[in-house]
Design a binder for this molecule. Structure first.
Ligand code: IMP
Ligand code: MG
Length: 332
């Protein structure tokens, strides 16, 4: 712990929301910083209710956790306010003064650009919002009246928290294969999604990080256009129980078996020290709801151990069902 960066290892939708929310409750996380933008939906199943969060950090489930949105993020004001209400976190969430905002005009550009449509963007306008920031004409959180009650110096808060030994999670969005720098360009999102970029957006230096936890799903999915090695047809995905619909956009996800070469790349570029594996029950239905490693069937253990052997990093958290507590925790 003290400072753990959580990132996705594939094309997003690996289950970062589930893993981060589990850690929030289990480890009593003090501070959680979310970066990125509204294009990412992190799903959290908590007390029988499903949340698909576009703005609020997944640690909201632990009521003592301070929630922050980093300087590198693009804030969708309406979505932010809606989720603050939904999760009742008004008195413990902060937005960095220098975060930029994403507006309807950006979404409009996503929708009307034939090029962006061809890439299959989520339609929220994140690429255009980042473009505007790069041109240095973007509106920042500090200039938005509705955000005044939430303004914070996130870098200062999070570094103070780390220095005083508090437990901190930096919650990344999407996955390495959607990184602007390291992914399947041009079929990528508008920002780098690696652990280093997450630290940069939050304002945390690399020497302050203790663990980099890369989340993999037991099979791979992607939405939108672009390569997906080993892709299987939809009918086959349905048959295997892998077929998914995107939490944010409702689009159908394409799917493929777990790919060790892609995973090795994600381990390398992120500097992974720990791995999480989600949806093991989709591959091995007998695993559903199992919370002790010893109770896993032989085949499932074999899969986990093969991942550890090939990637050289321990699989410390394993998801076996949708609920935040459906996790096998192998950490010491
Ligand atoms: P954009 O990030 O909306 O510009 O979309 C660019 C590409 O990234 C498209 O293929 C999207 O489907 C994909 N993408 C963006 N955010 C997510 C996410 O949170 N999960 C999965 N795919 C995403
Ligand atoms: Mg998602």
């Amino acid at each position: 712990m003290p400072c753990t960066v959580v990132v996705g290892g594939f094309w997003g939708d690996e289950g970062k929301g589930k893993i981060v929310s589990y850690m929030a409750l289990k480890d009593k996380v003090d501070v959680c910083v979310r970066v990125g933008s509204v294009n990412a939906a992190h799903t959290v199943w908590f007390e029988g209710k499903r949340y698909a969060l576009h703005m609020v950090p997944s640690c909201f489930v632990y009521e003592k956790c301070r929630l922050l949105i980093g300087a590198g993020a693009n804030v969708h004001i309406a979505k932010f306010l809606e989720e603050v209400e939904l999760t009742s976190v008004k008195n413990r969430i902060g937005v960095d003064r220098q975060a930029s905002v994403i507006e309807e005009k950006h979404a409009e550009q996503d929708r009307t650009s034939a090029h962006l449509r061809g890439l299959g963007t989520t339609g929220w306008g994140v690429g255009p919002a980042i473009e505007e920031r790069v041109r240095r004409t973007a509106k920042l959180a500090k200039d938005v009246p509705e955000l005044q009650p939430y303004l914070a110096d996130v870098a200062l808060e999070v570094n103070n928290a780390i220095d005083s030994g508090k437990k901190v999670i930096l919650e990344g969005t999407q996955g390495l294969m959607l990184s602007l720098f390291h992914g399947t360009y041009p079929y990528v999102t508008g920002r780098d999604t690696s652990a280093s970029a997450v630290c940069s957006e939050a304002g945390v230096g690399p020497t302050k990080v203790d663990e980099v936890l890369v989340v993999f799903k037991s099979f791979m999915t992607r939405v939108g256009a672009g390569p997906l090695p080993g892709e299987i047809p939809k009918e086959e995905a349905v048959k295997r129980g892998w077929f998914e619909v995107a939490a944010g956009t409702g689009r159908e996800r394409r799917s493929a078996p777990f790919n060790f070469e892609v995973a090795k790349r994600a381990v390398m570029v992120n500097g992974a020290t720990q791995l999480a594996l989600t949806k093991l029950d989709a591959l091995y239905p007998e695993c559903k709801g199992v919370r002790r490693y010893d109770d896993l069937p032989k085949g499932a253990k074999g899969f986990v151990e093969e991942i550890e052997r090939q990637l050289g990093v321990p699989v410390v958290l394993i998801g076996t069902g949708p609920d935040v507590l459906d996790v096998i925790d192998r950490r010491k």
